[in-house]
Design a protein around this ligand. Structure first.
Ligand SMILES: Nc1ncnc2c1ncn2[C@@H]1O[C@H](COP(=O)(O)OP(=O)(O)O)[C@@H](O)[C@H]1O
Ligand SMILES: [Mg+2]
Length: 360
């Protein structure tokens, strides 16, 4: 009789191809069903669009055949594998949330909220469990971009009331906009805004999430500090347009996060070019700025997003474009950005598997 332990011993010798570490070390055994001599397994993988699944599957079958010729492996499936950002402080504050990502920029109007919404949706399309916090307390965009006009429910949990996030397109959402009457101007002082954001982290029932994305306000102010001081972030994603002024602000953003020990996972260049009527790329704001940033800071350029009318239209009608037209060219770009980000995060978390406990 073959045992589960023996199966794990075999899987402990096979490497996940993107991270080049074995499936057991990665904790990527997602399901294992052993009935007599029949085995069905589901394994985690960093890139769900990996280009050689047949080859990988063959190699797994070969390993089992070598070790246990009598074993019949009738199914090998793959789903997204997410490495936890192991940090005791984060795990205490938000148990079940594996990774926290701030989508930031120095400048307003560069498309952060649009990127955050489509990134969250693209991560969910890859099979991840995703939450999105609208950290732009002064100018929330998520209610409009997701077409949500409902109040979060309040539930009692361990004698404490908690807010339930609102679920739309499989993404768990929280925004100050859900809690305000329509068109109420948000006039509050810095400390109040910071405490609202803190409550979104600690008093919302987030439960199990692979990624919790924060749509940040512009700049390098109070909210940015509150976030990085409240929760150890997995990292930041910095959005810039190609103009020099926006690139200069992106640098400021990078340096601010560096100062508070938040790694930048990558840059995204938004509004990179406009596709003119002849199908040529028109680089109206200049070319190569994002690439230059990424080289300067030895940080990934996660992708370049063109100016497309449909992106704005989709956002305005409450359905991010990757949900509205998943097969469009620009949706493919958002999805590849999400895949690149997943790879960056898994790699980073593997390099620092256990951050030291902070003793105060
Ligand atoms: N790539 C793009 N193509 C066309 N419109 C875009 C693109 N990115 C953002 N927009 C539009 O630009 C405006 C500002 O974007 P937004 O995401 O709200 O920026 P921010 O959050 O940085 O202030 C919105 O109307 C949005 O729909
Ligand atoms: Mg915004």
């Amino acid at each position: 009789m073959i045992t589960e332990k023996q199966i794990l011993d075999v899987l402990g010798k096979i490497k996940e191809p993107v991270l080049n570490k074995d499936f057991v070390t990665l904790d990527f055994i997602k399901r294992l069903s052993l009935n007599g001599n029949n085995l069905q397994i589901t394994l985690g993988i960093t890139d769900v669009e990996y280009n050689d699944f047949p080859g990988l599957k063959n190699s797994i079958l070969w390993h089992f055949k070598e070790a246990y010729p009598e074993l019949e492996v009738s199914r090998v499936d793959f789903i997204l594998g997410v490495v936890n950002h192991a940090d005791k402080q984060k795990d205490k504050l938000m148990p079940g949330v594996k990774n926290t990502i701030a989508v930031a920029s120095g400048k307003g109007g560069v498309g952060k909220s649009t990127v955050a919404a489509n990134l969250a949706a693209s991560l969910a399309l890859q099979g991840a469990k995703v939450g999105l916090i609208d950290a732009d307390i002064y100018g929330p965009s998520i209610p409009l971009m997701f077409g949500v006009n409902e109040r979060p429910k309040v539930i009692g949990s361990n004698g404490k009331n908690k807010l339930m996030p609102v679920t739309k397109y499989d993404i768990k959402l929280m925004s100050i906009g859900f809690l305000m009457e329509d068109n109420t101007a948000v006039v509050w002082r810095g400390p109040m805004a910071s405490s609202a954001l803190k409550q979104f982290m600690t008093e919302v029932q987030w439960e199990n999430l692979d990624y919790l994305v924060f749509d940040m306000p512009p700049g390098t102010g109070d909210i940015q500090l509150t976030l990085s001081q409240t929760i150890p972030l997995t990292g930041a994603v910095i959005v810039s347009t190609p103009q020099d002024i926006s690139l200069a602000d992106a640098r400021k953003g990078y340096l601010m996060f560096e100062k508070v020990n938040v790694p930048t996972l990558g840059f995204i260049e938004n509004m990179s070019y406009y596709m003119n009527a002849e199908g040529e790329k028109d680089y109206i704001f200049g070319q190569g700025g994002g690439k230059k940033l990424s080289e300067e800071y030895k940080t990934a350029l996660l992708g370049e997003i063109p100016i497309v009318t449909k992106i704005r239209e989709a956002g305005d009608k409450g359905k991010p474009i990757v949900i509205d037209s998943p097969d469009s060219e620009v949706s493919q770009i958002y999805k590849s950005i999400a895949r690149n980000l997943i790879v960056e995060i898994n790699k980073k978390n593997l390099l620092a598997p256990q951050a030291p406990e902070i003793i105060i």
